[in-house]
Write a protein that binds this ligand. Structure first.
Ligand code: BTN
Length: 253
């Protein structure tokens, strides 16, 4: 087991392509595990499924954590839940937030304020590396956001009604991540705590997947963190985070 190592090195960049790419490079070095990359600006910030992550310079938290997790490849899904819980707990000191399955941090009204881009590498049946990419809208006001983002996005400053200390947020997040990662490495499941904070559960959803759209009510997360959606006929569909391209609120089918 690793000692407290997340954040033993914090690499700070004024501008970088993507913190995830840099964290992956650091994993190739001997001391990569636990290294954190933070940037004021990304010129090629990546979201899930090839999307761009937009963020103006100097306002938000853009960071990636390089890890060599002590996890089986089959347990890789736990990294996303553990990271989401750590982010939510770090944000709680500022404003109450919820988790939208699979990788979003949202306000009570459903507007997105953060997202995760978890990338893993495996050797055989073990994980050989992971990059936990975290983007949080901190001091970027909705009024300043591009019109395509504004309807569905928000920031911690908007929720708090004033400026938010990014360094303090980063500090809390690193402490929380250390505990969450240690917990999943000890084979404790983050599922129950994730379920308790997951605003997707119980709501009517339209889930876009690589194989088509699933409409119904999100009723549960299964033992591997996949979303269980019950359609109007009572049939249950299990959707994994890896295959989902979008989750939208929907009128019940
Ligand atoms: C999403 O919601 O689509 C995931 C967004 C993840 C964005 C973060 S910002 C820091 C890290 N570096 C990247 O290029 N992406 C992640």
């Amino acid at each position: 087991m690793h000692q407290r190592r997340i954040g033993h090195r914090i690499e700070r960049h004024t501008s970088i392509g993507s913190t995830n790419d840099r964290a992956r490079e650091l994993l190739e070095g001997a001391d990569g595990h636990g290294s954190v990359v933070v940037a004021e600006e990304q010129t090629s910030g990546r979201g899930r499924r090839g999307r761009t992550w937009q963020s103006p310079p100097g306002r938000n938290l853009l960071m990636s954590v390089a890890l060599v997790p002590g996890l089986a490849a089959a347990e890789a899904w736990r990294l996303g839940l553990a990271t989401a819980l750590a982010v939510a707990e770090a944000c709680d000191a500022i404003a109450p937030v919820a988790l939208k399955w699979p990788n979003d941090i949202v306000a009570a009204d459903g507007r997105k304020l953060g997202g995760l881009l978890i990338e893993t590498m495996a050797e055989g049946d073990r994980l050989s590396g992971a990059v936990l990419g975290i983007g949080i809208n901190v001091n970027w006001h909705r009024a300043e956001m591009p019109s395509d983002l504004r309807p569905d996005a928000t920031s911690l400053a908007d929720l708090a009604g004033g400026p938010v200390d990014r360094e303090a947020l980063l500090g809390r997040l690193l402490i929380g991540l250390e505990a969450e990662i240690a917990s999943i490495e000890m084979d404790e499941s983050p599922l129950e705590r994730y379920r308790a904070r997951c605003s997707t559960l119980g709501s009517a959803v339209s889930v876009e997947t690589v194989d088509g759209t699933v409409r119904g009510r999100a009723v549960d997360l299964d033992a591997t963190g996949a979303l269980v959606v019950e359609d109007s006929r009572g049939d249950r569909h299990v959707v994994t985070g890896g295959e989902v391209t979008g989750v939208r609120p929907a009128v019940p089918a």
